[in-house]
Every structure is written in C-alpha cells, then in structure tokens.
Ligand binder design. Structure first.
Ligand code: GAP
Length: 594
C-alpha cells in the first residue's frame, strides 16, 4: 500500500468493525481521546495479558496498581513539574496550537527537532517559512513556548491541594518503593510492574491512537545495585536485533547495525547489559504478539532527546505508512527517581545491602559539647551540632584546625574544634545503605495495538472477490474462533453447533456464533476482525464415519480440515499458544477442499 493508505484503511476498519473510534462524538468529540469498541477492547486486553505473562509472571516480578492522581509534591520531586514540557507555537491568526518540533520535522530533513531550544525552534520556523497547518497564516515571528503536559486537578473541595494525573505509571511505583522493597524482602535485584492509564495534555494529538491524551502504559521498573547486580544475558545473547545507534544517526550514511544482543553488549553498542537484556526479551515478545519484525528496529536516543531522568535510552520503533513510531522506551534511569523521592519524601528510599564479609572501617565522629553550644548558639545549637557531624563525615581534616566554619541556614558561624570532641573510631560494618538504580522498559499498549493492526492488515482475492483480513496472531486476536452451523433449520446440526460453542467457551475461548448468511459471508466477517479459526458444523459431521466431526478453517490460507469434536479444545489450545501450527493440524487430519 502507498504511504498514508495503511493508516486510512485502518482507521476506517477500526471504526466500522468496533476496534476504536473518537470518543464523545455525540458532543462534537474531543481531540486525543479514543474509545475501544468490542473488538479493540478485547485485542487490547489480550495484549496487556500477554505483556503481563512475559514481563511480570515469567520474569518473577511484582505487579502493583497505584492511583492515577497523585499530589503535587510527587511531581516536584520527579522533575515533571519543571521539566515535562513540549514546544508550543500558537497561530496568531486562528489561535490553533501546534507542536513546534513536529511542524519542523514534518517540513524539513531534521529528525530530532525536539533537541532544539524554544528560541532555536522559533528561528527554524521562520527560516523554513512555515505556515499554520490549520489556516495557512505565516508562523514566522511567533514565539515558541515550553508547555507542561500534565493535567492539573484539585484534590477535594477548594484549591489548596493541587494534584496531577500521572504522566507515566512509573511514579506510582517509585513513590511506593519504601513499602514494596519490604515485599521484595529488601533483596536486589527485583522488578515491579504496572499496567495502567497515563495522561498527557498533548499539544496536537495525532494519528488516532498513536498520540492521545489518555493512554495505557505497561511499565517495568527493575531495581538493581549497579556495583553488584549483573544482567545474565544467556537467555537473549543470540537474539538478532536491528539497531540504530546514536552514532549512526549522526553519521551522514546513517547505517543500521544488524547484530545479536550478546555482540551488541560486548562491543559496547548497547552500553548497559541490563538494557541489552530487556531489548532482547522485548524483541522476542513483539514477534510473538505479531509485530512484523521486518518493520521493527531499536533506535538509541540522541543526547538532547533524552527525558530529564534518563542517562541512556533506546526506543522500540515500528514502521507504519513509511513513518517510524516509538512503541516502547528502554531507559537507564540511574538512581534519579529514588534519590529525588528520598530527598523530598519522608520515607527511606534506600536498600540495606549486606557485605559478603563484615568490614572494619575508620569513621570520623564528633560528640558536640551541648553545655557549651547551648548558651553560645541558643535555638541554633542543635543545627550546629548536626552541621559538625556532617562536616566530620565529609571533611575530617577540617578538625585539624583550632576552629571550623559552618553554614547554618545561610549564616556563617565559627566553632572551636575542642567543643566538637572529634575522634576517629574503628567500627565494624555489616553492610551499607544504597539507593538502587532503575532500568525501565516502558511499553505503550495503544501504539502496540495500532502496530499490530497495521502490520496485520492484508488484502487478497478469494473466489474472485476482494477480501480484506487481519492476520492477527492467535495469541491476541479478539475472537479466538467462529462457530457456524451450516444451516439453521436442522435441529441436530444446530444442537451440535451449540454444544461446540459452549464447550469452547467453557475452555476459555472467545467464541462468535454466527448462523446468518452464506458461509462465505460469515468467513469474510470474521476474517476482517482477525478471527484466526472458524469451525463449521455440517451434515457430514452428524452421521456415518464423520459423526461428531467438524471442519476448521484457517483465516490466512483458507485451508480446512475435518477433525473430531473431542480434539477441538486440545487443537485450539496449541494453536493459540503457538505450540502447534495449522500445518501440523493439516498433517494430522483429513484435509477438506475449500
Ligand atoms: N516511564 C517512561 C515513559 O513514560 P515515554 O517514552 O514517555 O516513557 C513510554 O513513554 C511509552 O508510552 C512510549 O514509548 C509510547 O509507546 C507511549 N506513549 C507516550 N506518550 C503517548 C501518547 N501521547 N499517546 C499514546 N502513547 C504514548
């Protein structure tokens, strides 16, 4: 399909067949909010479940569910209040708001306009002679401003307790770290996952569910001791990946690196083994849920592109309509978040790490003489004592002098060193408190759903008729199986079809029962929403050699086999889990000519 066609066909199909559509349309609609219809809600929920299974269950991680609204101090600490901005340019003529970096990227060769400062962006807009996409007015001379993307609200009546809708699910995990570390028995490394809604007041939402104002993230915060915890790459070292490192993006030729995770980590292309580990399992997971891996890459962030908390970041990107879409970010967040919450919050965001052997260390200590400090410094005496303790830890040599100078709330005070009773003690320590580092795989579920639909959308011709179908993976398809009685006026046939549908539902399959229209029409309806298998109950399945048998048809190939009703559940379990292919089923059963 040509560029733009894929998205247009997808958006049309999504609305017509109930995957997703703009919400509140009865009231004119509002940009950036989408409702998932029955097909879309089921697909999205299956993707979330597949993610949970891989990243929470199989990795042995802990899953939590935190509130979506959090008080202002959380976001002061996290840096989102100050630093979570996009560049806004407003049209003086029609008042429409636009994202300055997107305007520049859409109209020039530049691919990283978000690295520009607002002033540079304004200059670029003028140089490129950009006009308002809505009304065509000249945007040269318009200022570009930083716009904070968080939705603000008030918690309770009045405005004394401002809160924000979380812009990432991650903060719910970081803020609860002091309690969660207890559930993890204070034993690093451990991972905590959360699947839930995040909110960003995007300046210009676009591409349907790709950039919305309310979306679902599936995030894993993996807490490590950077000095001791090494990633075990054995499970992923041979996983082949297509990498687009920052160095290649900066080079004129912009080549990709085709390699394995093991080699990329060894060669330093991926600078951190934990990031390598998560890229490896993500590559495999995307493949199992049905992303076309020929339209998939990992791109490293350029230095100016990284979020305020990130020291290295790779995005998983999928190609749709010739554009690359970021569908997940893999970030090394270091100890940024836990240190900030430790600084701003009242709890302990560190973990006590026991040494293998107790260590004997020399510690500079003070025992301030309060009988002298009290009369001399009055209400400030306790602060002076505390400042002496801090100085002893930081700069023990300072106590060689007769007096030391301290900063007490911005005021300089001088204290005789005798009063401090300074000494160096030998102590035995069992361990130390460390602030864990965080490695974060953060998946956008909506963008994954969009990618799966775009990559699954196919057209072909069946019996001389054009057909469009979704070749969705059986592991995530909204409906697992269609059940069709060939005719609806033969009681025995309808009874068997009812029994088959009931048995499959009881076994946990999502079943659509359809007895209206020709079999061909019924197939087409299910093909279009990606149902991988359809079962037809016909007269041959009622009597003689074929008694209690049905036919099962595979969506993409249209091939059919006849198999006993008793084998249905087992066969479909294997097909859905990917442990069996339809070719295996064809080999083991009587093939039926379509
Ligand atoms: N905790 C890290 C974090 O939030 P991010 O790269 O800003 O990182 C992670 O977001 C993922 O969330 C993205 O890769 C994308 O898939 C998804 N995402 C971000 N903004 C989105 C939006 N406005 N609409 C839909 N999905 C979005």
């Amino acid at each position: 399909m040509s560029e733009g066609d894929e998205s247009a066909a997808l958006t049309e199909l999504a609305k017509r067949r109930g995957f997703f559509f703009g919400s509140s349309e009865a009231y004119g609609g509002v940009g950036g909010f989408y409702t998932y219809g029955p097909q879309g809600a089921a697909l999205k929920s299956n993707v979330e479940e597949a993610w949970r299974e891989r990243f929470a269950v199989q990795e042995g991680n802990l899953e939590i569910e935190a509130p979506t609204i959090m008080p202002e101090p959380v976001f002061e600490a996290s840096g989102h209040l100050d630093g979570f901005d996009d560049m806004l340019v407003e049209c003086a003529e029609c008042g429409e708001s636009h994202r300055a970096d997107h305007l520049i990227e859409d109209n020039s060769e530049l691919e990283d306009a978000e690295t520009l400062s607002p002033e540079e962006a304004a200059e670029k807009i003028a140089d490129l002679g950009l006009v308002c996409p809505t009304c065509g007015a000249d945007l040269a001379g318009q200022s570009v401003e930083d716009f904070n993307l968080m939705f603000e609200t008030n918690i309770g009546p009045g405005s004394s307790t401002p809160g924000y809708l979380r812009p990432e699910t991650a903060q719910g995990i970081f803020v609860e770290f002091p309690r969660i570390k207890e559930y993890a028995r204070n034993s690093l490394p451990f991972g905590v996952t959360q699947v839930g809604r995040a909110y960003r007041n995007e300046i210009s939402p676009r591409k349907s569910i790709v950039r919305t104002r309310e979306f679902t993230q599936a995030e894993l915060e993996h807490f490590i001791d950077p000095e001791r915890d090494e990633a075990d790459l054995s499970a992923v070292e041979d996983v082949e990946v297509l990498l687009y490192p920052a160095t290649e993006q900066e080079a004129d030729d912009g080549d990709y690196v085709e390699t394995t995770i093991g080699e990329a980590v060894e060669d330093g292309v991926i600078g951190n083994a934990w990031l390598g580990y998560f890229l490896g399992i993500a590559q495999e997971w995307y493949e199992t849920v049905g992303v076309d891996m020929d339209r998939f890459r990992f791109r490293q962030h350029l230095a100016g592109e990284r979020a305020h908390y990130s020291s290295d970041c790779w995005d998983a990107e999928s190609e749709v309509d010739g554009d690359w879409i970021e569908i997940a970010g893999f970030s090394y967040r270091s100890d940024y978040d836990l240190s900030k919450h430790g600084e701003y919050g009242d709890d302990d965001f560190t973990v006590f790490q026991q040494y293998d052997e107790p260590k004997t260390v020399e510690r500079a200590v003070v025992d301030p003489d309060m009988a002298t400090l009290g009369p001399e410094f009055g209400a400030q005496a306790a602060d002076v004592a505390e400042a002496l303790e801090t100085l002893a830890e930081r700069d023990p040599d300072a106590f060689d002098a007769d007096e030391v100078t301290l900063d007490i709330d911005g005021e300089e005070v001088t204290v005789d060193t005798d009063v401090a009773n300074f000494s160096v003690e030998t102590q035995t320590e069992a361990g130390e408190h460390i602030t864990p580092h965080v490695v974060e795989p953060s998946f956008g579920i909506d963008r994954t759903v969009y990618t799966l639909l775009a990559h699954a959308y196919e057209t072909d011709e069946v019996d001389g008729e054009a057909r469009s179908y979704l070749s969705l993976s059986p592991s995530v398809a909204p409906t697992n199986v269609g059940v069709f009685p060939l005719v609806s006026n033969v009681d025995e046939l309808v009874d068997l079809a009812d029994d088959v549908a009931e048995e499959l539902r009881a076994a946990g399959f999502a079943v659509v029962y359809d007895d209206s229209g020709s079999i061909g029409r019924r197939y087409r309806r299910q093909d279009e929403v990606g149902t991988p298998f359809c079962i037809t109950i016909d007269r041959d399945g009622l009597e003689g050699d074929g008694a209690n048998t049905v036919t099962i048809r595979e969506r993409d190939s249209g091939k059919q086999v006849r198999l006993p009703v008793d084998d249905l559940v087992g066969t479909l379990v294997g097909l859905r889990a990917g442990t069996a292919s339809f070719d295996d089923v064809l080999d083991d059963n009587e093939v039926v000519e379509a």
